[in-house]
Design a protein around this ligand. Structure first.
Ligand code: NAP
Ligand code: MG
Length: 401
């Protein structure tokens, strides 16, 4: 078979166990079939340190140029890592750097397999959470009120005009919090959600508490509606999908009764909490994909999990590990499929579909890694190590090709 040709994508290598798996995926599942064409950036912690983290900025800039990127999980440095790697500085999270550069929104979706049933029995298709990753309580000013006194909300405009409102006349001790968000960030969030729903051909739900928060949450609701009406209504109708807004408590009730198969956009805190609930209810962190979509049409794919440090330390001791590579494989296939779609390269998109299916077929045949074997009660389950699992996927892929 002749290898499939492709235009370049950005490849961001990473750390620890996922770095090992990264190479195995390329060697066993992609390079034998595709003339893999990537612009390679080594975001491994050692190289980030050597380049004073310039490599992360370069990789983000390259993503703007090539539009599609695939990223391996990376260590976010902390005090312990500074010592472990002898770092010059406690570098920022690469994901935060990339998100800031691409102004994107993160979408997380579970990968569903027949053998692992979601806790919510009605869910037949994945629910993708779109979380706004800017502002609100994550950037709030807080104050522990020591005792009686007056709390006020004060805004001073550039022209010196002020707005002032009493928050509360404290008769005792209490707490205060000041949240903010920006129209520009909310607009970028809305556009990313509309773009993603279109690219997945799924309905988009958005929910906040605008009945209670008549300025703050109302602003989110109105911005979403305006951008939908002005820029996306026609495209959604053409694609046969729907945008709909509902109160967050109504959304929660509907989500639990739904069949799944839609995108649920949420403000920062709501998305943080709901994504943990939804991913747990679907099964395993090792089966969650994550994609950063910028409002300008750049896509960066990765697994939702980290570098699986505990398994890596066992690997370093020469032990075999049963680390699940599926989310990382899906990051690769997500990027290859998007490259294929953008370039009209059907052979490449088809290959990505077949590799996805080979993963699912392998698990459905009963061959799986330890994390999934724990969740599956079937008697014919065969727990294998990472290399054995990838070999089984390759055998299924070769049959499909
Ligand atoms: P983690 O790497 O996601 O692993 C947490 C635990 O979840 C593992 O110990 C393992 O449980 C299980 N797990 C996760 N992925 C798995 C897989 N593919 N197969 C099997 N089991 C899996 O999170 P962490 O240990 O909190 O973080 C490790 C490093 O990753 C940190 O340095 C952190 O900064 C980084 N991180 C990076 C990203 C990213 O790049 N996007 C995201 C999160 C964390 P058992 O040990 O019980 O088997
Ligand atoms: Mg959380």
């Amino acid at each position: 078979m002749e290898k499939i040709k492709m235009n370049p994508i950005v490849e961001m290598d990473g750390d620890e166990m996922t770095r090992i798996i990264w190479q195995m995926i390329k060697d066993e599942l992609i390079s034998p079939f595709v003339e893999l064409n990537t612009e390679y950036y080594d975001l491994g912690l050692k190289h980030r340190d050597e380049t004073d983290d310039q490599v992360t900025i370069d990789a983000a800039e390259a993503t703007k140029r090539l539009k599609v990127a695939v990223k391996c999980a990376t260590i976010t440095a902390n005090a312990q890592r500074v010592e472990e790697y002898g770092l010059k500085s406690m570098w920022k999270s690469p994901n935060a750097t990339i998100r800031a550069a691409l102004d994107g929104t993160v979408f997380r979706a579970p990968i569903m397999v027949k053998r692992i049933k979601p806790c919510v029995v009605s869910w037949q298709a994945p629910i993708t959470i779109a979380r706004h990753a800017y502002g609100d309580i994550y950037k709030a000013a807080e104050y522990r009120v020591p005792g009686p006194g007056k709390a006020e909300l004060v805004f001073t405009g550039e022209n010196g005009e002020t707005f002032r409102e009493t928050i509360y006349d404290f008769e005792c001790a209490g707490v205060l919090q000041g949240n903010y968000n920006k129209d520009s960030s909310i607009e970028a969030f809305a556009r990313s959600c509309f773009e993603y729903a279109l690219s997945e051909k799924q309905d988009l739900w958005f929910s906040t508490k605008d009945t209670i928060s008549k300025q703050y949450d109302q602003t989110f609701k109105l911005i979403f509606q305006r951008i939908y009406d002005e820029e996306y209504k026609d495209k959604f109708e053409e694609a046969g999908i729907e945008y709909f807004y509902t109160l967050i408590d109504d959304a929660v009730a509907r989500v639990i009764r739904s069949k799944g198969g839609f995108v649920w956009a949420l403000k920062n805190y709501d998305g943080d909490v709901m994504s943990d609930m939804v991913s747990t209810a679907y099964g395993s962190l090792a089966m969650m994909t994550s994609v950063l979509v910028s409002p300008f049409g750049y896509f960066e794919y990765e697994a939702a999990h980290g570098t699986v440090t505990r398994h890596y330390y066992r690997y370093l001791k020469g032990e075999t590990t049963s680390t699940n590579p599926v989310a990382t494989i899906f990051a690769w296939t997500g990027a290859l499929r998007k490259r294929g779609e953008l370039d009209g390269n059907k052979a490449l998109s088809d290959f990505a579909d077949k590799l996805d299916k080979a993963c699912l077929d392998t698990i459905d045949s009963g061959i799986m890694t330890g994390d999934l074997a724990l969740l599956c009660k079937d008697e014919d389950v065969q727990k294998v190590d990472t290399a054995g699992f990838i070999a089984a996927i390759r055998a299924n892929l070769e049959k499909a090709l």
